[in-house]
Ligand binder design. Structure first.
Ligand code: G3H
Ligand code: 13P
Ligand code: ZN
Length: 312
């Protein structure tokens, strides 16, 4: 199967009560860990690339890595998505360069400006058979070097979504209901709670429309402890409770973004490896267990969080 857009994936996910995982990729081992789990579990998958990933690994290397995964996993649908596109030019470069889906994130701009830039991206993308994710609302945390503090974060306003989708023609909408980017999503000792009431209001206004959740790593404590045990310092790293993500996936949320969990699994595993094998220096030896742990973590998400195992 060639690279696909997310259109069919989202239609099935919406009606099937599950979400497709959107995992950020930055190198070969991450691509392999994710797609091997998806192939074995027969799950559709979105591989997404941020502006930072393109700066780090180079657009062509990332596209070719994803194309290699498509060849290795012909049984499952794979979409290649631009995460947090910051301008028309970045989106155009990905549309021209082989992506099947782009996000234009103008959520920090005033409403009318967000509509105008999103509309421009949608027109170009649709002319080229590519789909577009847009965003309304502001998540806290750091995304592509832009840091939004808790005071400037705000939930998506349900009263704005109908007009936004109608005027932009976007294919899916990322919303802010309490998730945030990074590994420190909630204060220790508090009770993490997503705003399902806002999600339900939005669904009433946009029936059958695919909703996206960013900042949806669950920050597995197993890996936080591994990092902290082997020389790291990540006190108080807390993510979104998995049962709340599962609940969101049963509603209109069709795409759930996960990046920090991949980073934690990789970093924790490598830290442990070096602590236990101070004499080793072959990158294949420490990247192999890191890739294996990414694969098992993704498998767990597909089965227990996203509910998309067996849906390819
Ligand atoms: O939302 C941001 C993603 O986690 C990508 O992060 O910009 O550091 O690649 P990055
Ligand atoms: P996390 O930081 O929770 O993994 O979120 C990733 C994300 O939303 C990428 O766009
Ligand atoms: Zn994001």
């Amino acid at each position: 199967m060639a690279l696909v857009t997310t259109t069919e994936m989202f239609k099935k996910a919406y009606h099937g009560g599950y979400a497709v995982g959107a995992f950020n990729v930055n190198n070969m081992e991450i691509v392999q860990g994710i797609t091997e789990a998806c192939r074995e579990e027969k799950a559709p998958v979105i591989l997404q690339v941020s502006k930072g990933a393109r700066a780090y690994a180079n657009h062509t290397y990332l596209v070719k890595l994803v194309e290699a995964a498509v060849l290795e996993c012909p049984e499952i649908p794979i979409a290649l998505h631009l995460d947090h596109g910051d301008s028309f030019e970045t989106c155009k470069s990905c549309i021209d360069g082989g992506f099947t889906s782009v996000m234009i994130d103008a959520s920090s701009k005033p409403f009318a400006e967000n509509i105008a830039i999103t509309r421009k991206v949608v027109e170009y993308a649709h002319d080229h058979g590519v789909v577009v994710e847009a965003e309304l609302g502001a998540l806290a945390g750091v995304e592509d070097e832009v840091s939004v503090d808790a005071d400037n974060a705000h939930y998506t306003r349900p009263e704005e979504v109908e007009e936004f989708v109608a005027k932009t023609g976007c294919d899916s909408l990322a919303i802010a209901i309490g998730t945030s980017h990074g590994a420190y999503k909630f204060k220790p000792g508090t009770n993490p709670q997503l705003r399902f009431d806002i999600l339900e209001e939005i669904v009433k206004k946009l029936p059958e429309f695919p909703i996206v959740l960013h900042g949806s790593s669950s920050v597995p404590q197993e890996y936080v402890q591994m990092v902290n045990t082997y020389g790291g310092a990540m006190p108080g790293a807390i993510g979104v409770p998995e049962e709340q993500l599962r609940h969101a996936a049963k509603l209109a949320v069709c795409k759930i973004n996960i990046d920090s969990d991949l980073r934690l699994a990789m970093t924790g595993t490598i830290r442990k490896f070096f602590a236990e094998h101070p004499d080793k220096f072959d990158p294949r030896e420490y990247l192999k267990p890191a890739r294996a742990n990414i694969k098992e973590m993704v498998r767990h998400k597909l089965i227990n969080v996203l509910g998309c195992a067996g849906k390819a």
